[in-house]
Every structure is written in C-alpha cells, then in structure tokens.
Design a protein around this ligand. Sequence first.
Ligand code: NAG
Ligand code: NAG
Ligand code: NAG
Ligand code: NAG
Ligand code: NAG
Ligand code: NAG
Ligand code: NAG
Length: 259
Amino acid sequence: MALLWALTVLSLLPLLEAQSPACANLTVKPITNATLDWLSGKWFYIGSAFRNPEYKQEAQKIQADFFYFSPNLTADTILLHEYQSVGDRCVYNSSYLKVRRENGTLSKFEGAREHIAYLLLLRDPRTYILAFSLDDEKNQGMSFYADKPEATPEQLEEFHEALVCKGMNKTEVIYTDWKKVNVRDQTPHPACLLLLTADKPEATPEQLEEFHEALVCKGMNKTEVIYTDWKKVNVRDQDVCEPLQKQHELERKKAEEEP
Ligand SMILES: *[C@@H]1O[C@H](CO)[C@@H](O)[C@H](O)[C@H]1NC(C)=O
Ligand SMILES: *[C@@H]1O[C@H](CO)[C@@H](O)[C@H](O)[C@H]1NC(C)=O
Ligand SMILES: *[C@@H]1O[C@H](CO)[C@@H](O)[C@H](O)[C@H]1NC(C)=O
Ligand SMILES: *[C@@H]1O[C@H](CO)[C@@H](O)[C@H](O)[C@H]1NC(C)=O
Ligand SMILES: *[C@@H]1O[C@H](CO)[C@@H](O)[C@H](O)[C@H]1NC(C)=O
Ligand SMILES: *[C@@H]1O[C@H](CO)[C@@H](O)[C@H](O)[C@H]1NC(C)=O
Ligand SMILES: *[C@@H]1O[C@H](CO)[C@@H](O)[C@H](O)[C@H]1NC(C)=O
C-alpha cells in the first residue's frame, strides 16, 4: 500500500508542478484593449530560452535590445520600433505585429513566414513573456521583457518559475548584457557616430570602411572626433542605441511642427 502511494505521488509530481498556483495563472488569455493599452510604450528585452536553433542563434547575437510598441486598437496591429545592439552596432528596424485577440498571440511576418508568440502575463505588470511553440518540446522557447534594462531578482525569479511551469530550465536562458554596451569610459564604436549623421539607421561594412578612409584623408584623430560628437549629444552614459533613438524623436517632433 505504501509502495503504491509512493508510486502514485511520484508519477503525479510533474503534473503537480505544472499545476502549482503560480503555473495555474500562467495561461494564455485573450488580448483586450486594456492589454494593448498596457503593452503600449517602451520595453527592454532581458533574456530568452530558445530550443529552436535558429531563434537561439539570433538570441546569442543580441547584446541589448529595447523597443517601442504602438498598438492600433482598430486594426489589431502593433507598430514595433526596435533598437538592437548587435556586435557593437546599433541595428534599427520597424515592423508591424499582428494581434490575434482570441488566441492571445502576437505575430511577426518575415516574408511569407509568420512567427507566432503567445503573450503570457506575470504577477509583476512591469514584465511579460512571449512564448513560442510551447507544444513542441524540441522547439519551444520563452522570451522575457521588462520596463527597465535590468530585471530585479524577483522579476527574474518569476521568469524562472514560468520556465519550469512550461518544462524548461533557467540554465537554458541567454541574457542580454547592458554592461557590455554601456560606454561610460569607452570611445563609442564608429558605427554609432556614423548612425548619428547617416540618413539610414544601419551602417554597412562598406559605409564603415568609407568612414575610416574619410577620417584618414582629413588627417583627423579618430578618437577625438568620435569623442567630441558623442559628448555633443550628451549620451555618454547611454547605450549605443540611444543616439539613434534620440535622433528619431527629433525628426518626429520636426515633422509634427511642420505644417
Ligand atoms: C493568481 O491570480 C489571481 C488572480 O489574479 C491572484 O489573486 C493570485 O494571487 C495569483 N496566484 C499566484 C500564485 O500568482
Ligand atoms: C477597442 O478599442 C477600439 C478603438 O478604440 C474600439 O473601436 C473597440 O470597440 C474597443 N473594443 C472593446 C471591446 O471595447
Ligand atoms: C489604425 O488602423 C486603422 C485601420 O487600418 C487605420 O485607419 C488608422 O489610420 C490606424 N491608426 C493609426 C494611428 O495608425
Ligand atoms: C487562432 O489560432 C488558430 C490556430 O492557429 C487559427 O486557425 C485561428 O484562425 C486563430 N484565430 C484567430 C481569431 O485568429
Ligand atoms: C527588419 O525586419 C524585417 C522584417 O522582420 C527583416 O526582414 C529584416 O531583415 C530586418 N532588418 C534588420 C536589419 O534586422
Ligand atoms: C536544470 O538543469 C540543471 C542542470 O542541467 C539541473 O541540475 C536542474 O535540476 C534543472 N532544474 C530543473 C527545475 O529541472
Ligand atoms: C589621438 O588622441 C589620443 C587620445 O586623446 C591620443 O592618445 C593620441 O596621441 C592622438 N593621436 C594623434 C596622432 O594625435
């Protein structure tokens, strides 16, 4: 009898874990206008656990990432402005996400391909999770976001709990590294100076090469030139994407002022 009880308890363990009070709340819920209003604004990508090799590879490249969500409540879309620090470069991209309210999903189209994510809300409303392929053990993934560049230990703990609820492990998480992109005592990468003046948000290797050549042609001291421009925009304590984001803000204001 005792053995039977022990066996029963053992076999129930994974189930119980998945149905603990914390896990019971971690369900996909329909997205409402209130959800979309709450999602609106600036978010930071903190980290993710991906088993899909393609997603995992992408995650490994990202040093830091922040973005703006601007939902359109009538079109069920979200305009996404995203700033990624990748290999000391700032990569800016804007796109539309499709909202499927009943399904609780956000999705992004890349050509004909649709990447679907479930929105999972947490106890702390300053954070949320996007979950991918949860029914596919080999490809599942979860991505964690917060309203600050660094999550608190309590917030991280909640993310880790959520991973366990969905059969994943916190050892699988790859985190962004804001410290790496903090340029307080460093010279900013030339790409970011170029981004301040270029009409395109992204510098190609060719553009960078051209920039270096131009500096040499003018007999400039590269270090000083970059340092001065950096100081002018007063972003010495910010990450590499802040200058570009500020530039966009200015452009938007200008466009609004013009009749
Ligand atoms: C689950 O959600 C309910 C309702 O929002 C809340 O009262 C409760 O504290 C939550 N439980 C846990 C363990 O998060
Ligand atoms: C959601 O917001 C849109 C736009 O304001 C409105 O047309 C729609 O009726 C709202 N839906 C609900 C369920 O309130
Ligand atoms: C939202 O979407 C509707 C329908 O597609 C469109 O008419 C409207 O201009 C959009 N609103 C904004 C602020 O983009
Ligand atoms: C919800 O998802 C199902 C299956 O992925 C899909 O067939 C359906 O169209 C979706 N519902 C809505 C309202 O988009
Ligand atoms: C921007 O997003 C589009 C659509 O998701 C993608 O095809 C393109 O490669 C992205 N560009 C960069 C620089 O990430
Ligand atoms: C997570 O993985 C580590 C190392 O593989 C293992 O020691 C630990 O027990 C796992 N935790 C859970 C909750 O599965
Ligand atoms: C360029 O500036 C750096 C840092 O201020 C300085 O150490 C270096 O000597 C300068 N090089 C030239 C060629 O002036």
